[in-house]
Ligand binder design. Structure first.
Ligand code: LHQ
Length: 265
């Protein structure tokens, strides 16, 4: 696993890989380098069996401030603005990598999460935030539409009405409010954030990793399936789950009245 990045800090502790976006002077806004580094790291993490949970977070007082608008404005000023749809494909690589990752990805939202950074957090499987985190679908503030999967993830997480409200009004949603509306799984006081994130990530990393991958597949596909298709898939995935060592270990541990020792196999 490569760790010598310009704008990412990558640290592995047991099965937990923590990926920290590291441009704190601009609240971790994305430039091309950080975006490419994030895509590469997610792809590597997917392949690395020693990684069993990924935590994505930000350095300093922000999770991320979206696209670096200075870089982008420079393109406009010189008349060389790239086709945004082409540029967005680099973000889509990250969204797909998170979504297809065969292990849990946790967004640890330590502060402001605006624009496409907010939506990258929404692409993750679980979100933990500080109470004073600030979620901002900032796009309409600058005459844009939510990108980076926001149009997909936001209404699915909070319902159409709230999604439209967040996207149109582009107002800040606190960590407390985000927990209330289902945008995050859990919010905690800032002083407890690191310990709570550590506990959540290590719990996931010590869990039945292959089962988690199958759960992810079942839940994500069910959003686009009818009941019959989902039940069919459930059978296929349960066949796979029943063949794992972790399933056998889970049953053995239950019968022996002990804690299971899951290996992710
Ligand atoms: C920034 C940024 C930033 C550069 C803070 N860029 N420097 C995708 C593809 C293609 C095209 C365009 O769009 C997209 C998707 C998007 O993500 S669009 C949305 C882009 N993001 C935004 O519109 C958010 C812009 N930022 C803000 O509104 C505020 O900075 C927030 C609300 C995030 C934080 O406010 P504050 O806590 O008051 O912090 P601040 O504004 O003082 O920011 C701190 C520094 O970070 C400041 O630099 P400075 O040198 O003055 O200290 C900001 O200029 C810089 N910064 N966001 N996106």
């Amino acid at each position: 696993m490569r760790t010598d990045f310009q704008h990412l800090l990558v640290h592995q502790d047991g099965g937990v890989l923590t990926v920290t976006m590291n441009r704190p002077e601009v609240l971790n806004a994305f430039n091309d380098t950080m975006l490419e580094e994030l895509g590469e790291t997610m792809d590597s993490a997917a392949q690395d069996a020693s990684v069993r949970c990924i935590v994505l977070t930000g350095a300093g007082r922000g999770f991320g401030a979206g696209q670096d608008l200075r870089t982008f404005a420079a393109g406009h000023a010189s008349g060389e603005a790239p086709r945004v749809s082409e540029h967005l494909k680099k973000y889509h690589r990250v969204v797909y990598a998170i979504r297809n990752m065969p292990k849990p990805v946790v967004a640890a939202v330590n502060g402001v999460a605006a624009g496409i950074s907010c939506n990258i957090a929404l692409a993750c499987d679980l979100r933990i935030a500080t109470e004073d985190a600030r979620f901002i679908e900032a796009f309409a503030r600058i005459g844009l539409v939510p990108d980076g999967g926001g149009g997909y993830f936001l209404p699915r997480l909070v319902g159409l009405g709230k999604a439209l409200e967040m996207a149109m009004l582009a107002e800040e949603v606190s960590g407390v409010e985000a927990e209330r509306i289902g945008l995050v799984n859990k919010c905690v006081p800032a002083a407890e954030f690191e310990a709570a994130t550590h506990a959540l990530a290590h719990k996931l990393a010590n869990g039945p990793t292959r089962s988690y991958a199958l759960i992810k597949e079942l839940m994500n596909k069910s959003l686009e399936s009818d009941l019959a298709t989902s039940l069919e898939l459930e059978g296929e995935l349960q066949d796979k789950a029943m063949g794992t060592e972790d399933h056998r270990e889970g049953v053995a541990a239950f019968l022996q009245k002990r804690r299971p020792n899951y290996t992710g196999r």
